[in-house]
Ligand binder design. Structure first.
Ligand code: SAH
Length: 396
């Protein structure tokens, strides 16, 4: 008998709209005892079946929905169907944009809550973030092997959020060949090196692909400052766009070393590129004090907000760096600025940029808007899936 989670009265509304999460406060009682990650049935207060979900006893998100169909079981065939549906979108994107690397499974938005799978060439990099995803690890891996018999699989479930789910961190090869230290991938005509084993996330920020591409159109003859550069994707793009100079800043020396290699790999003039290991907050201030000026600044910071309590502080942080960036721009200069904090709504981010403009005593025109690339879709029932947003602003 499948264990049943019975919702408190009136708490089924979000599930009827197919939002895939059940919060602990919505649970009236459990009928039966489920193990961590096990598949359970979610029912309304009258006992009516609503969804099949994974049980997360340690998390505030007590259950995540796998299926809305009562006759569908969660097994290898289920994951094969999910992978096939996800691959359809990526096949089209891969042809459209000439990609060999993309997010294959974007969690909730691909009907697999807690699961991220990125493809880099022949490597599938797996990130299991929830108790349910971990419980299904063998089925997910079998489904991957069935759908991608020629691919190598590597696990990068070494992310701190697993602790909230009562899980240990894990990392290592699952099947096939070991990834090379640096794997070259293609992105809009650029070659970029990806460190699957020790790079950030699953090795590379695939979500910024379209914004990196857009940078090319803003770069001609410009002096560019690339803040939070990681492995220099924006720098390579700016050089391809004909910039006169690009300074990439990051606190990670390992990332900057790869950034330099990426510039060389694309046959670009390394003398136009500088790589500075420093704290962006500090460096922007010292540039301001020294009267440095730029024509294009890319501002792509890491996530500042993990929970709602941090939102106010994050707003101040975003305002601060954007104000400093505006002060460093020549009149008519461009600021490409991003927030990858899911809790930061697009309109709030826009207001912060407007506030930064007031404090910088500059007029700012919003001229283009960005979001995560199309291999990171947002399912309508889960708008939280939209986490990355950005603007190109002209600073007068
Ligand atoms: N723009 C990159 C992705 C940036 S991710 C790309 O297109 O691939 C954020 C980066 O910020 C990470 O590489 C991290 O090392 C760096 N970072 C975090 N805090 C920093 C700080 N205070 N100063 C400089 N870099 C920082």
């Amino acid at each position: 008998m499948t264990v049943r989670l019975i919702l408190a009265k009136g708490r089924e509304k979000s599930l009827l709209r197919r939002h895939p999460w059940v919060f602990s406060g919505a649970v009236a009682r459990m009928e039966g005892k489920a193990r961590r990650g096990e598949t359970i049935d979610v029912c309304d207060s009258q006992g009516k079946w609503l969804a099949r979900a994974a049980f997360s006893p340690d998390s505030q998100i007590r259950a995540r929905v796998w299926s809305w169909q009562q006759d569908e079981s969660v097994d290898i065939a289920f994951f094969v169907r999910r992978l096939q549906a996800a691959q359809q979108l990526r096949d089209w994107l891969a042809v459209r944009d000439g990609l060999d690397s993309y997010r294959l499974i974007a969690g909730e938005s691909d009907g697999m809550p807690g699961v991220t799978i990125d493809r880099f060439g022949s490597f599938l990099v797996l990130q299991l973030l929830s108790a349910g995803a971990e419980y299904q690890r063998p089925a997910i891996i079998s489904a991957l092997q069935q759908c991608y018999p020629d691919c190598n699989i590597y696990d990068r479930s070494d992310v701190a959020v697993r602790k909230k789910e009562g899980l240990e961190l894990s990392q290592g090869p699952v099947c096939g060949a070991l990834p090379p230290d640096l794997l070259p991938i293609s992105e809009h005509g650029m070659k970029l090196l990806v460190d699957i084993r020790t790079g950030h996330k699953t090795g590379y920020y695939l979500d910024q692909r379209d914004s990196r591409f857009a940078t090319r159109r803003y770069a001609q003859d410009k002096r560019v400052l690339n803040c939070f550069s990681y492995t220099g994707g924006f720098a390579v793009s700016a050089l391809l766009g004909g910039c006169s100079e690009v300074i990439s800043v990051d606190t990670s020396q390992a990332a900057l070393d790869v950034a330099r290699q990426n510039v060389e790999l694309n046959g670009l003039d390394v003398s136009k590129a500088q790589f500075v290991r420093d704290d962006v907050f500090k460096l922007l201030r010292s540039y301001r004090d020294n009267g440095e000026r730029f024509d294009l600044i890319v501002m792509d910071p890491p996530k500042f907000v993990e929970n709602k309590n941090q939102l106010a502080g994050a707003c101040r942080g975003y305002k601060d760096i954007n104000m400093l960036a505006m002060q460093l721009l020549n009149p008519g200069g461009m600021l490409m600025t991003f927030s990858c904090s899911g809790l930061m709504a697009t309109d709030l981010f826009q207001k912060i940029i407007a506030d930064a403009a007031v404090d910088a005593h500059r007029d700012v025109q919003f001229i283009e808007q960005f979001r995560q690339a199309a291999d990171h879709p947002v399912i309508a029932s889960y708008p939280e899936g939209l986490y990355l947003k950005g603007f190109a602003c002209r600073v007068l």
